[in-house]
Design a protein around this ligand. Structure first.
Ligand code: ATP
Length: 357
């Protein structure tokens, strides 16, 4: 039987709780599709930093490189900080180390669950944000220049770094059009103010010219924040700089009910990591109320990515099976997460998905 090795980095806080749900779901799917998943846990995170003095051991990074894919919970604890005052967040180190340049964050509404926006069209939200993951303002991490009472963080936008993520978004739009979605890319920038952003836009325009079949448009990030609340159903694929993407990811998660509904993939040319878009949620840790859906759907995204990498339709079937089980649990089994005012905790949601599988 074909075996796939998955590096599992549960991390901190609710990362550990939701990872337990996703690994159960993967193990339940495996025999149905005739594949085996070798899920190998590895230490990393803020608690590991406290315990062992390092947040991302070299051995863990090597295991991530060697694995077919990486499944990641969440990392960081508010009270654990480095000497410069910032949190211990090894997920950023992994993105840079493995060159996971495309942060793919899909959100969509699910029948049976409440939608925060009252406009009936909000039930049709189905969009993907592609966040550049390896430069932008996050390039400044660890490089901030302190000059007396002023500190400067620099935003880096490079031709190569922007070109590859824009290409990724344009290809994704082509794929979505084949699936019956609009297949349109909205470039989100701040080209009216920053030289770096004007350069980003120039590169977007250049790259888009090579995809004449993909409709494109431009938006400034501030207007985008407005329109994502006023008419999110009007968007299909968004592509943007790292920091803008960080902020808009949380905004779009709110459109479909909360962070627990937003999966993500950090994808490069050689490696890929899948994790919920949320953090460690210290305010709810240990209460059994974290919504594991984002983590479970991230596992489905991982199967979809592996299916494409290997041309293995059984893995795509596995991804579909997970999504159908999640859909059924919400639509027909009365499952409603706490973050949406319901009474279904982590174990209830996991059980409902497993029963459907
Ligand atoms: P980070 O900066 O590490 O991404 P964050 O500051 O965005 O983290 P989160 O940890 O994602 O913060 O939490 C934001 C809010 O969403 C918190 O109130 C948290 O309880 C809630 N939340 C996050 N994930 C979930 C989840 N899976 N289920 C329920 N609530 C969640």
């Amino acid at each position: 039987m074909k075996e796939l090795s998955i590096a599992v980095l549960a991390g901190d806080g609710i990362g550990i709780e939701v990872m337990a749900a996703a690994t159960q779901v993967l193990q339940a799917v495996a025999p149905r599709i005739g594949r085996a998943f070798h899920l190998q846990p590895h230490p990393a995170g803020a608690q590991h930093y406290v315990d062992a003095g390092e947040s991302l051991p070299e051995a863990t990074l090597a295991a991530c490189r060697a694995a077919d894919a990486i499944l990641f919970g969440a990392m960081g604890l508010p009270h654990v900080r480095g000497a410069d005052g910032t949190e211990i967040i090894p997920q950023l180190d992994i993105r840079f180390a493995l060159d996971l340049y495309a942060g793919v964050r899909p959100v969509r509404t699910w029948p049976g669950l409440p939608v925060p926006l009252s406009d009936p069209r909000a039930t049709g939200i189905d969009l993907v944000l592609v966040r550049e993951n390896t430069e932008g303002l996050f390039w400044a991490r660890g490089r901030g220049v302190v000059d007396g009472d002023a500190v400067c963080d620099t935003m880096r936008i490079s031709r190569a770094g922007t070109g590859r993520v824009v290409d990724f978004a344009l290809r994704l739009a082509q794929k979505r059009r084949e699936q019956g979605r609009p297949g349109r890319v909205t470039n989100v920038d701040k080209a009216n103010v920053f030289r770096s952003m004007a350069f980003w836009r120039e590169i977007f325009v250049e790259r888009a010219a090579a995809f004449p079949d993909v409709q494109t448009e431009h938006a400034y990030v501030d207007a985008m924040a407005l329109n994502l609340v006023l008419k999110p159903w009007a968007y299909d694929v968004l592509v943007t700089e790292n920091m803008f993407g960080d902020i808009l990811s949380d905004l779009i998660a709110s459109l479909v009910g909360g962070m627990g509904m937003a999966p993500s993939g950090d994808i490069g040319d050689q490696h890929a990591l899948f994790q919920p878009a949320h953090g460690t949620a210290p305010d709810i840790v240990g209460k059994g109320i974290a919504n594991p859906t984002a983590m479970i759907l991230s596992a489905a995204m991982m199967l979809e990515w592996l299916a494409q990498r290997d041309g293995d339709t059984a893995l795509a079937d596995g991804a579909q099976a997970i999504e159908s089980a999640v859909r059924g649990a919400f639509e027909s089994d009365g499952v409603r997460p706490y973050e949406m005012g319901g009474r279904s905790g982590t174990a209830d949601i996991t059980r409902a998905v497993l029963e459907r599988l």
